[in-house]
Design a protein around this ligand. Structure first.
Ligand code: GCB
Length: 592
């Protein structure tokens, strides 16, 4: 799905800012048609932001169900005769949208965009009312899953993942115009052959001829072609590579005779990705991932996208010597991937399929008595929602050079035949949609080597392990032995291994002479122990510490004001571990 852009033929108008807002604790809004007029007694809310932490109110923070957003927008007069589209970059976890009285969109899934052609409902110059009901409930048929518990004191949401269920309009909302005849999709796959680069492109459009022009970063034309698909070659290519986010631009034009009817530019980074034996190759060269599993999580805004934090977080990533991150545990805002493209940061792109594992409560061991896969829990209907989440992720992110690997789930149950049957078709689907990138999923400690039945489908093994934290707590010598022996077993599979999570909760400012769990000293020792193990095993091609920063979770006896495994605090101050990681990763990047 193409992002809204200002081009020679298109314009966009941001709807970000303050919207009217109402919680709907009694679920009355849909029956009473709250979209049909101004929201009653409405408060105000910021877009983009999670609504949960904006108000000094438990009702908002712990709300389960519908909330209503409303704004008015004037359609620019210059858009007469254009196709007019309303687009939400994300609504977590689902939404229905009305323009004045007409329902125009309905979408399931909290982290991928959706849009509606509203040309039939509005005219240039009109002021229109936009209303969205956003629902935060999770069920066994949602991705991620969860369930609503009806109790004497109301409805409570239960879920199997370890981050707070922030909800709302987390990303921008746009009104944009395109010509009536327009380019609707573009796919690029790049190749490198010595000093020659190639761009295999495919464009979709309404009727008309297609012309494509490829320009380098200085705006010089380097190739052009006619036709909806083809291959462009660039003799003296400047490849996209980690640390060097060099981008070409492919301008796709839709023609009517010689007139350009629509024009849409796609940034193109020329690079290849390949798994060979136990190596992960970018542009034919072995790549070692250093960095983090992250979260979209900041004070007050929750999961609302924030450009200031994007720039700051990426500056900290650079400072610490990280070359990559995983979008744990859901697709991130497109601004983040665009930034990664431009700056040569490598991304493992993950769906929101987290917590398909009733053996884990909130990410922590200890099942709650439900089977993960059954007719009443995660079932074929869930699998279809999951498949759709994969389709939407790939449709959105397929052209990003920064994305080198798809992660189709985090820590699902994977040691049962039901899990194997559930996942096999999802791997096949991902490969069919994108044969150009490797595919994997993130394996949980409960399904170690020899027991996991899903890893056989993965091109890359991604392991989350907490030796020295959840097991062998405080005993790093025993942890080191156990970890080494498990990793050696995985290495025997002959695939590259990325350690996608390892970490220890650490309260910033807590110190001890003899390192104890929760202290800054223990976090440093814990990471050192892990690094010794990784350095002894050739098949390990990457290390992503859990987590970049401390983040909010639901309350629990394992959590002190959230998850504290960050190298940085939630307000982005470095713990001792951040300095230790900086030393290691800078040394790995430039061995002296
Ligand atoms: C995990 C999960 C992650 C949790 C983490 C933890 O394995 O993937 O979401 O936050 O462990 O800290 O327990």
């Amino acid at each position: 799905m193409l992002r809204p852009k200002d081009t020679a033929t298109r314009e966009r108008k941001s709807l970000d800012g303050l919207w009217r807002f109402a919680l709907d604790p009694e679920s009355e809004g849909r029956g009473e048609k709250w979209w049909s007029g101004a929201l009653k007694g409405a408060g105000e809310v910021a877009v983009p932001a999670s609504y949960n932490d904006l108000f000094a109110d438990a009702g908002a923070r712990e709300h389960v169900g519908d909330v209503w957003y409303q704004t008015t927008v004037r359609v620019p007069t210059g858009w007469a005769g254009k196709r007019i589209v309303l687009r939400f970059d994300a609504a977590t976890h689902r939404a229905v949208v009305w323009v004045d009285d007409a329902q125009v969109a309905e979408h399931e899934g909290g982290y991928t965009p959706f849009e509606a052609d509203i040309s039939e409902h509005v005219a240039a110059g009109d002021e229109v009312r936009v209303t969205a009901v956003v629902n935060n409930e999770l069920s066994w048929q949602s991705i991620p899953p969860g369930f609503v518990e009806e109790t004497e004191d109301g409805r409570h949401l239960q879920y199997y993942h370890d981050f707070f269920n922030y909800a709302g309009l987390h990303r921008s909302v746009w009104l944009y115009s395109t010509p009536r005849a327009y380019v609707s999709d573009v796919t690029v796959v790049t190749g490198l052959d010595g000093s020659r680069g190639s761009v295999d492109y495919r464009a979709q459009a309404t009727d008309g001829e297609i012309r494509v022009v490829l320009r380098d970063a200085d705006g010089e034309e380097v190739a052009r072609a006619d036709g909806a698909s083809g291959v462009l070659t660039v003799p003296d290519v400047h490849p996209w590579k980690p640390g060097d986010g060099y981008l070409y631009e492919l301008l796709v034009e839709l023609l009517d005779g010689t007139d350009v009817v629509d024009a849409y530019p796609v940034p193109v980074g020329m690079r290849t990705v390949e798994v060979r034996g136990t190596e992960f190759l970018i542009n034919g060269e072995p790549f070692y991932f250093t960095g983090f599993g992250r979260h979209e999580d900041i004070p007050v805004r929750g999961k609302g996208h924030d450009d200031a934090f994007l720039v700051h977080d990426m500056a900290l990533m650079k400072w610490i010597g990280a070359n990559s991150f995983r979008t744990s545990h859901y697709p991130y805002a497109e601004e983040v991937l665009d930034y990664a493209d431009r700056h040569g940061i490598v991304v493992i792109d993950e769906t929101a399929a987290v917590g398909l594992n009733t053996g884990l409560a909130g990410g922590i061991f200890g099942g709650e008595g439900y089977p993960t896969f059954s007719a009443d829990t995660v079932n074929v209907a869930t699998q279809e929602v999951h498949a759709q989440a994969i389709r939407e992720l790939l449709a959105r992110d397929k052209n990003h050079p920064s994305v080198v690997l798809w992660s189709i789930a985090n820590e699902p149950e994977s040691d049962t035949e039901a899990a194997r049957d559930y996942f096999e078709p999802l791997f096949a689907l991902t490969r069919e949609l994108d044969p150009s990138r490797p595919v994997g999923f993130v394996n949980v400690m409960l399904a170690p080597h020899g027991k996991c039945l899903v890893s056989q489908f993965a091109d890359v093994l991604m392991l989350n392990r907490y030796y020295g934290w959840y097991v062998h707590t405080g005993d790093l010598a025993a942890a080191e032995r156990a970890w080494q022996s498990e990793l050696e077993a995985w290495a025997g599979d002959g695939k590259p291994i990325i350690i996608t999570e390892y970490g220890a909760d650490t309260v910033a400012g807590l110190h001890a002479v003899v390192a104890q769990p929760w202290t800054e000293e223990y976090q440093v020792d814990y990471l050192d122990m892990n690094h010794r193990v990784f350095d002894r095993i050739d098949a390990v091609v990457g290390e992503h510490v859990w987590n970049f920063a401390d983040f909010e979770t639901k309350p629990g006896v394992f959590r002190v004001d959230g998850n504290k495994k960050g190298a940085f605090t939630r307000d982005r101050r470095p713990k001792a571990a951040a300095h230790a990681l900086r030393r290691r990763w800078r040394q790995l990047a430039e061995p002296s």
